[in-house]
Structure formats: structure tokens, C-alpha cells
Design a protein around this ligand. Sequence first.
Ligand code: 13P
Length: 250
Amino acid sequence: MARKKIIAGNWKMNMTPSEAVALVETLKPLVQNDDVDVVFGVPAIDIVPVVEACKGTNIAVAAENMYFEESGAYTGEISPKMLVDAGVKYVILGHSERRDYFKETDADVNKKVLKAIEHGITPIMCCGESLEQREQGITMDFIRQQVKIGLQNVTADQAKKMVIAYEPIWAIGTGKTATSEQAEEVCRGIRQCIAEIYDDATAAEIRIQYGGSVNAGNAAELFAMEDIDGGLVGGASLKPDFGKIVCYNK
Ligand code: 13P
């Protein structure tokens, strides 16, 4: 069974609620591609208006983060129940910016992954090495660790429905994309790691995205690689170019 591509935007900390709705209106007609699952990952405050603006379209909405408790005294945090009630289908977890600036650990990411799954939200679990780690030749060791801890206590059936995003930190927001061979090598390595943790059937089903300076010019080549099942797109997801990325095969 061929894996359906999944192409997600990660808006990061951009777009006020009114700007968000305007961007959805601009992008809606440009992101029509039945071959692809299309996801907009938006700031928490934009979720409600964006879900409303996406009603009746092929666009699913993702949160960019989520806390691992149900409710309670966690000032400033957002619970899985809130996301479900608002109509969110996916949640980006463990993005390198959250790991770096907000000190999220692999163990935190694991708790969030388990909680999201419990509530029927599909995690897009991010992993990726720094330039220093790449230069030291420890890319795959580091990523295997992130993936193994992130997936602790996740069953094979749950893992099959998840998305993993491989995002080399040195390629994020730098305009320096990994070559399709570099990206494929790590995505294949992640799939092998999934096969070791679970089995070949799980590895064959889980979807693995590449992220890091994906743009309208390089998307088709990246997404043509055997183990790359789409992309997690930052800067270019805020522009009409995102339509070209989603329609990379047209
Ligand atoms: P850019 O596409 O801006 O490099 O960002 C990638 C990213 O971090 C997506 O999550």
C-alpha cells in the first residue's frame, strides 16, 4: 500500500488571527490536491478562526504544541481536550525550536505523544540533528535516540498512524536545504529504526516528512524520494508558494 503524502505548514509565531484567516482564504484555492493530506499548523490563538475558515475544505488544522495534562493549574498551557473541541486533528510535537528555546526533552515529547494519541490527535513528532552533530558523524545515533524515547509505550498500531518529521536543525530557516540524498538517507534510517522497535509493517505505514527550507523549487525532488512522505514547511507555508509545494506532482 502506497503511503499518502502529507504536506504540512508550520506557521511558527506568525499571523495574527485576522491575518491568519486572510492567509487561509488566499491559500484555499491553491492547495487542492487529492493525492496529498494538507495540514496547516497554526499558533494557538489562530486555531479557532482557522478551523472555521477551513470548514468544507481539504485542509486539516494542527496545533504547534500541546501540554500533557488534561486540565488544571498550568498557566499558559493548552490541553488535548481543548484542541479536540476546537477541531484540531494534528499536533506538532518536539520541534527543535521547542527543544532549544523551551527546553523540551525527549521524555516531555514522549508524554505529549502519548496524550495526543489518547485523545485521537495525530502527533507530528519532530527530530533532527545540529550541524555539530552532523559533522561529528553522530546524526543517526542522535535521531535514533530521539525517536526511541519519543515512541516509548506507543503501540505498533498507534505508531502506524503517526507522522515523524525529520528536520535537520542546520536546514531550518537557513535557506540551506538538505540534498534529497541526505534527507532520504536519514528518513530511511528512521524507518529502519521503526522496524527495529516494532516490525516491517509498522515501518512501511508510518509517514516520515522532511522539513528544512522546503520551497516550490525543491519540493518535487525531495518528495520523489522513496522514504520521504511529504514535508513540514516553515517560511514557504506563509506564501502562495505553499500551493506549489502541495501541488508538487501536478
Ligand atoms: P523552514 O521551512 O522555514 O526552514 O522551517 C522548517 C521548519 O522548521 C518546519 O517545522
